[in-house]
Design a protein around this ligand. Sequence first.
Ligand SMILES: N[C@@H](CCC(=O)N[C@@H](CS)C(=O)NCC(=O)O)C(=O)O
Length: 249
Amino acid sequence: MITLYAAMDSPFPHRVLLALEEAGATYDIIWIDLMNKEEWFEKKVNPAGGKVPFLVYGGPKLHPGEAPSTDAVRISESRVILEFLADIFPAAHLLPSDPVLRARARRFITTVDEKLIKTLVGFLFLGALLENLLAILEELQAVLPPTGFVVGDWSIADACFIPALVRVRSWLEAAMGNYTLEVAKEGVKALHSPRFARLQKYYDDAKARPSTEKTWNEKEVKLSFARRMDRFYKTGIVNSELRIPVPSA
Ligand SMILES: N[C@@H](CCC(=O)N[C@@H](CS)C(=O)NCC(=O)O)C(=O)O
């Protein structure tokens, strides 16, 4: 029995959903509304910050409001969960067997986490320059092989990258975030330009993948993100760890 606690607009649980689909796993999802988080989630399920994703492995079927059984395995942090899934579903090859490719996949994930995610938050909420975001995407593009996914075959490195990439494209196209319409247009134009030709192909391949088709609910993600931006403009809350003075209109 696998249960994933997830939230719609967050790219982190999306990583795990992709890997579960790629593994052909049978699993339950319990959706957490981060804009209106119910107490039970932090109290009974994930006391370490009440963050998603959170995975429960083993134990009986879970319902919202219930605590997982104490003998079930409980794991937080998307990257750790992805490695766990790679271990328990070896036939799915979520990580390649070649140590060099495994190292490359993990290095790529580190760049996504340490650079792309941070820059994306800065761009969406805090006025960071579009060019900063484009520069990181270019850096990631530069290590992609000529064809295929991050290390050739699909791996957990793609699970980490695809949720951020599809969101960047979608949010820029809809000009969602704390930046001007002109900046949004500039971003869309750049991503379709020859500068990002390899990334465009990667994006097309990622979008065509059944795991992405099944898990990328663009309409719902946009609705959820709109609520998040609304909260930001009213309260200055960027995420559970960062709050700034209420931004001026
Ligand atoms: N490093 C964590 C990040 C997870 C994370 O930050 N999740 C956010 C959603 S984007 C969350 O659950 N925040 C709790 C809240 O907003 O209350 C991971 O990779 O799983």
